[in-house]
Design a protein around this ligand. Structure first.
Ligand SMILES: [Zn+2]
Length: 855
């Protein structure tokens, strides 16, 4: 595989030839004629400038701050790496401190009297043995990012001078202002126009291998419609600060490693255009360049370890926890043959470098007004090879706090990924919402520990400390995992059974989950069970195996490592496989917010816990001299946990277990195995009991009448302060119905009958209709159930609507029609019910009639 790097170089050269090389010689000779006095041109242009040596020599005018860039002739046509990240921004504009953005390959070309910065396409691979490689540039268009007139050129030394202000102060290298979101309301927060007069190059940092330029972009709008919230000081002028890094292409013997569908690494995807394979993938995983100091030793220290710096903004108390968590990854590297691969240092307060310096990998701590995450672990790479060149981890202080600073607590189930709200160019990186998700879960843990404790809020040090320490530990383990190249593994919480997960002796030894790259539910023990680990504190068996694949230096052993992928503890499924959104993906074991190999049992246990702690909430949160804010938060947190569990349960209906084992691989099962009928029925049963039943939302009236937020200024304007109890329950039920009645779910139930599913759609719909209507078919219907039944009937009517008929398969339409007719039979001649239930029945029957009449 060593050949690969040189192959890449050949392809690169081929790509470059197509640029402007044919005209270049003429251009150079004509230019040099004019430049006989070029030494003077340099002097004139740089008379008042300071010189800074580095990858590209940079000059800064000491009077007006303008910048010149010097390019040497031997840098023309060579590839460089471009990387940019946000130093500071406002979250509303898609920029936040530490956000990694573009990461590309560019060349610098000369065309007559100008210099061009050209981004190269790195999406394709051509085998140099193939004649096709000569056509490598066909129909892939390099992008000219910027062209700049040459100010001076010196023939003897080959120095070329250009002005660099426009290169950095415009959107040439990177689109700073997000493209308008066509779905955003007209009053959404927007950046104004970039104001060149106010924008400036803030600082320059020059090193032998990278030239960095930090730029303040100021966006002005004299009449903003939206003030942008507290974090925006004045929406008329908003500053976004970016750091651009121009980086030398590494010259080393790094060997790229190929991606494999059975193990989860981020990768630079390249399609092999010279291959006839059905899978012409030449995808190179992202990993660090680790070499053994002693290549013959089974276990050796690396020549260059991966060094992490704990930023000096990190609260003192948690530094040792973070350090220990990072070092815990060394166990995984030992399986790959490296001792002390990862090291941790603390950034001294006297450090002369800042955390934005790309030469340092920094674990950063911030406390932002509106944290876009609780943790984030991006890295930047050489797009040609996948080699990771640098990385940072952003951790948000909000994770440690009890401040539920979200507008709608109910929304922090963690299931609504913040990724969805991020501009698309940021999703390309390792955008991770684990912190937000874990914050919701950790707050649930705190609520449970407090509500179940006899000691009152001051006597909780033991379990509360354990919970917070394990939470920080897990967050750091997870984010470091990303920076080592690992993507999410949302299947990893399947490692142990629902009882074993509470056995701390067992989980401390093997890991509570197969991987730290999952978003598991916090592991709070149900009533009558001793509390075990809340979160895992070590890389799990999958992590050790994945690191072995990614980092072993024994290239001959890779297939043997991959052949183990069918072992149950190495189970893997990434974000594309997970079922967090209704109708998305198919394997219910690949889910966030679940836990154990029996997520259905675990959800029932969690509902038992919620049932146990709810009655005592008011007394536990009655703190003399305080408002009821914490109680209101606790209620929202519990509701979030309730619906999260029910969503996990619902995914088993129509689910399919996926096995990605290759043909002939030992232990590989069928690629697709429908969830057993009894488990699908059990899921419907659990949803009936805990989400649909007339008593599913029974809570003491004493609780409801205390759900009062603390007043601050005029914050209740436009959104009245009383708890929206019915709306919350309805949203919980509707969010689950969205999956249960999703076109994909219904169609899959029918499809899977062809390969093993014994649950016919018609039977499933009967069970679902019973769950929603049977309990009170002949009695009064309470207000929660009225909402549920209306939502369900409207969902069925939707299947038969004009829009629905385009989305649902005919068998699903038949099942919906059948269900509506059944409902009419069940409640059509209700007798002896109160006036409220009679009115509700009329409403239902009207919807049934409208939906089922032929139009
Ligand atoms: Zn993550």
């Amino acid at each position: 595989m060593r050949i690969l790097t040189s192959l890449v170089a050949v392809v690169v050269a081929a790509l470059l030839l197509t640029g402007c090389s044919s005209s270049a010689p003429t251009a150079q000779s004509s230019a040099s004629a004019e430049e006989s006095a070029s030494g003077d041109d340099f002097k004139k242009a740089l008379a008042k400038s300071e010189k800074m040596d580095g990858l590209f020599t940079v000059y800064r005018d000491t009077t007006d701050g303008s910048v010149h860039l010097e390019i040497s002739e031997d840098q023309l046509g060579k590839e460089f790496i471009y990387f940019t990240h946000t130093v500071d921004g406002v979250v509303q504009a898609g920029h936040f401190r530490g956000a990694y953005r573009d990461n590309a390959v560019f060349t610098i070309e000369r065309h007559y009297d100008r210099i061009e910065f050209v981004e190269q396409n790195t999406n394709f691979y051509f085998d140099e043995e193939s004649a096709l490689a000569r056509a490598a540039a066909a129909n892939t268009s390099p992008s000219v990012l910027h062209a700049e007139k040459i100010v001076a050129h010196e023939d003897d030394s080959g120095r070329i001078l250009i002005k660099a202000d426009d290169l950095f102060l415009t959107d040439a290298l990177h689109q700073v202002k997000p493209s308008p979101n066509p779905k955003a309301p007209p009053t959404a927060f927007k950046l104004g126009r970039q104001d060149k007069g106010k924008s400036k190059i803030r600082s320059l940092h020059n090193y032998p291998e990278n030239t960095d330029v930090v730029v303040d972009y100021v966006f002005s709008n004299s009449t903003p419609l939206n003030g942008g919230g507290e974090a925006v000081t004045d929406a008329r002028n908003v500053t976004i600060t970016l750091r651009h890094s121009l980086i030398e292409m590494p010259d080393n013997d790094y060997t790229p490693r190929f991606a494999d569908p059975r193990v989860g690494y981020f990768a630079s995807q390249k399609t092999d255009q010279t291959s006839t394979s059905a899978t012409p993938y030449h995808d190179l995983i992202h990993r660090w360049h680790l070499e053994k100091k002693d290549p013959d030793a089974e276990l050796s220290e690396p020549v260059e370890p991966i060094v992490w710096w704990i930023e000096n903004t990190t609260p003192e108390r948690i530094r040792p926890i973070v350090k220990e968590a990072v070092l815990a990854w060394n166990e995984a590297f030992e399986a790959a043959g490296f001792r002390n691969a990862v090291q941790v240092k603390v950034q001294p307060d006297s450090a002369t470098w800042d955390a934005g310096d790309i030469r340092y990998n920094v674990l950063r701590w911030t406390s932002s007004p509106q944290p876009p995450f609780g943790g984030y672990g991006p890295s930047f790479v050489n797009p040609r090879t996948g080699q990771i060149l640098g990385s940072d981890i952003m951790l948000e202080y909000v994770f440690l706090t009890n401040r539920a600073n979200y507008n709608k607590l109910f929304d922090i189930t963690g299931l609504t990924s913040l990724n969805d709200e991020m501009p698309s160019d940021m999703q390309k990186g390792a955008m991770c919402s684990i912190g937000t998700f874990m914050h919701a879960n950790t707050m649930f843990g705190r609520t449970a520990v407090r509500a179940l404790s006899d000691d009152g809020p001051t006597g909780l040090d033991g379990e509360m400390t354990q919970l917070m320490e394990e939470g920080i530990y897990y967050l750091a383990l997870h984010e470091v995992g990303h920076t080592l190249g690992l993507m999410h593994n949302m299947k990893a919480s399947q490692l142990h059974g629902p009882d074993e997960v509470h056995n701390a002796d067992m989980t401390r030894a093997s890991g509570l989950t197969g991987s730290v790259m999952d978003y598991p539910a916090i592991n709070v023990a149900p009533p009558e069970t001793k509390q075990g680990q809340f979160y895992t504190t070590k890389p799990g068996p999958y992590d050790l195996w994945a690191i072995e694949y990614g980092y072993t230096t024994d290239e001959d052993n890779l297939d043997a490592i991959l052949s183990r992928s069918t072992e149950s503890e190495l189970a893997f499924g990434n974000d594309a496989d997970d079922m967090r959104s209704p109708g998305k993906a198919i394997d219910p074991r690949v889910m966030i917010g679940d836990m154990s190999a029996d997520a259905l049992q675990y959800a029932e246990d969690r509902m038992g816990l919620i049932g146990e702690l709810t009655p005592d909430l008011v007394s536990k949160y009655a703190d003399a001299g305080q408002s009821w804010q914490e109680l209101r938060d606790a209620y929202g947190i519990i509701m979030g946990q309730h619906v999260g569990m029910m969503q996990a349960v619902s995914r088993y209906v129509g689910g399919v277990y996926v096995d990605r084992g290759f043909v002939g691989q030992e232990g590989a099962g069928d690629p697709y195995t429908p969830v057993p009928t009894e488990d699908q029925k059990r899921a419907v049963q659990i949803l009936e009991t805990h989400l649909f039943a007339p008593d599913a939302f029974d809570k003491p009236a004493d609780l409801y009448r205390h759900l009062q937020p603390q007043r601050r200024g005029f914050e209740f304007f436009g959104d009245s302060e009383d708890p929206k109890i019915h709306a919350q329950a309805r949203r919980a039920q509707e969010s689950v119905l969205a999956h249960l009645l999703h076109p994909n779910t219904l169609e899959r139930i029918t499809d899977t009958r062809l390969y093993g599913n014994g649950y016919r759609l018609i039977d499933y719909m009967d069970d679902l209709t019973d769950a929603v209507f049977e309990a009170d078919a002949n009695s009064n219907v309470n207000t929660f159930r009225q909402n549920l039944q209306l939502a369900y009937v409207q969902g069925l009517a939707g299947v038969l609507s004009e829009k629905g008929r385009k989305m649902y398969d005919p068998i699903a339409q038949t099942a919906a029609l059948h269900s509506l007719n059944r409902i009419e039979d069940m409640i059509g001649d209700r007798r002896g019910v109160n006036a409220e239930t009679r009115a509700h029945t009329e409403h239902i029957l009207l919807i049934v009639e409208n939906a089922t009449s032929v139009d």
